[in-house]
Design a protein around this ligand. Structure first.
Ligand code: CA
Length: 532
């Protein structure tokens, strides 16, 4: 009898230990898209709110926290991701522009999470080249990836996966949650969509979405950049002069539309992205666009009318791609609930930078102006984050790595350069939170021709420095001038502030140890500036 009780107590001791040791740390579902500007999210209340492209993401904001002042450090795909991996600015992690390769041997947050008992997985766009390290399972798109029937690189090799990219990536994440996830450990699951990156190809089921509405135009669609540094006039990302009717907007312009061009190093036709479609997909795509293209040819538009037409097709296709992402967030949330994981999973929605959706007459990103400097950041954490909260402190993608580590209760390495957002999520107001952010863009000369520039942004002011062509500056009062139309650099009334901001910019560069070459390039002046 005595030994029976001993056995029972041993068994119950064993189970109590199992329960005690069960890891209750929260799971993290990090949904990260490409080029999704905050003003194309209803919850951010931008001019596109009327179109309501994101009901699911808006609900996430209602149930969680929306970071109003969320910014990137370097507004371009690969570098933004490298900053997130490392918690370090581009000049420290070595991935300064898309031409670089990421050194996967360096310290990254997924590796540290693994060491601290998390299981990690990534599906979708990595854009860092090379096999991702620090993940228990992964499947990534090669380079930019394709919208239809994309190739994906798995640990055991590359293969084509049939379907629409946003759905394919979501399916892989759902499969991992159901079949590959260990119940013993908390997880960090990264779902990284290609959408809504150029060239904007919606899912077939979304082709007619927004067909019956006019997308409202941004107030700056016909900006003449009269106050900007000369760089704004020799860029190559205008809807008017640079957005291609065929390559970008899939307008059927030539009899060779469905033929691959011969011997070209890079196919700059719409076919480049359409050739992956199955005959059925291609037929559905064509039957949607053919009558609309015919109407365009008949209308024979030019000047502002053509810009307006291009804006409509561009904005609609962009928002249709966003719709696919919104549905993905819905499917992921439903699966978490089905698996009973919704209560203990933090859901984070973000994108690598903002984007111009006709703002200032542009598409693409790169500039330190608001539309591309801003990143969406929405976090839902049941029981911890107060539903419907709005956070106005200045935060950056630089902070994500330390935030993830802090959530996991892991140590934050001293050489990371951000700040954990955990106190902000908990509604605390930490002392000594940053009063300015630092920005530095490097990719020049390159596609779209945006020169290198760096700058500082406070809650109210912004100072930008274009240094390769001389000592060129811009300054904006964002309270009075949110669209950054009036450059106040050199104005008498703000000279004192201008000096202070310059000192603060220098101080930031020193504290982040940015000793990048910021000298004037006479050869560039000769080659690019004078001809513009
Ligand atoms: Ca991007």
């Amino acid at each position: 009898m005595k030994s029976f009780f001993k056995q029972v107590s041993l068994i119950s001791f064993f189970f109590s230990q199992v329960l005690l040791s069960a890891d209750k740390r929260p799971n993290i579902l990090f949904v990260f898209t490409d080029d999704h500007a905050p003003h194309a999210i209803g919850a951010y209340n931008g001019w596109l709110k009327k179109v309501n492209p994101t009901p699911v993401i808006d609900k996430l904001a209602d149930e969680g926290m929306l970071f109003v002042n969320s910014f990137c450090t370097n507004s371009i795909c690969g570098p933004s991701r490298a900053v997130i991996q490392t918690g370090k600015h581009s000049h420290k992690n070595g991935f300064m522009n898309n031409g670089n390769s990421f050194d996967w041997n360096q310290q990254t947050f997924p590796k540290l999470l693994q060491k601290n008992g998390y299981q990690t997985a990534i599906y979708g766009k990595s854009h860092l080249k090379g096999k991702p390290l620090g993940y228990d399972d992964w499947a990534v798109l090669p380079g930019q990836g394709l919208y239809y029937n994309p190739d994906m690189i798995f640990p055991d090799g590359k293969r084509r996966v049939d379907g629409y990219c946003t759905d394919v990536v979501t399916d892989l994440a759902l499969e991992w949650l159901n079949k590959k996830r260990s119940e013993e450990k908390p997880f960090m699951l990264m779902v990284q969509h290609k959408a809504p990156h150029r060239n904007w190809m919606p899912a077939l089921r979304h082709l007619s979405l927004y067909d019956d509405i006019e997308i409202p135009e941004p107030t700056t669609l016909f900006d003449d950049w009269k106050d900007n540094a000369p760089a704004a006039r020799f860029q190559e990302l205008e809807i008017d002069r640079h957005m291609d009717l065929n390559y970008d907007l899939f307008v059927d312009l030539t009899p060779e539309f469905d033929q691959p061009p011969s011997q070209q190093r890079q196919d700059r036709s719409a076919w480049h992205n359409m050739k992956r479609m199955t005959p059925e997909q291609l037929k559905a795509w064509r039957s949607h666009y053919a009558p609309r293209d015919a109407a365009l040819h008949k209308a024979n538009l030019s000047g502002k009318d053509l810009v307006r037409w291009k804006f409509q097709r561009y904005a609609k296709n962009y928002l249709r791609c966003v719709k696919g992402v919104d549905e993905s967030v819905d499917r992921l949330q439903q699966e978490l609930a089905k698996l009973g994981l919704d209560k203990n999973t933090i859901i984070i929605y973000s994108s690598d930078q903002g984007f111009y959706i006709g703002d200032h007459g542009w598409y693409d990103k790169r500039w330190m102006y608001e539309e591309s400097l801003k990143m969406p950041l929405i976090v839902k954490w049941p029981g911890v984050i107060k539903p419907g909260s709005r956070q106005t402190e200045l935060v950056q993608n630089l902070d994500y790595a330390q935030t993830f580590l802090d959530i996991a209760g892991a140590q934050q390495p001293n050489d990371m350069q951000g700040m954990s957002l955990l106190p902000l999520m908990k509604g605390q107001k930490p002392e000594n939170w940053r009063e300015e952010i630092y920005y530095h863009y490097y990719e020049y000369p390159s596609v779209h021709m945006i020169p290198r520039h760096c700058g500082i942004r406070t809650k109210r002011y912004k100072l930008l420095h274009f240094y390769q062509f001389g000592d060129v500056w811009e300054m904006y009062d964002l309270d009075k001038d949110p669209d950054e139309i009036s450059n106040i650099y050199g104005n008498k009334e703000t000279l004192k502030l201008q000096k202070q901001l310059k000192v603060r910019l220098k101080k930031l560069q020193k504290s982040y140890e940015d000793d990048s070459d910021m000298s004037v390039r006479e050869d560039y002046v000769e080659k690019f500036w004078k001809k513009s």
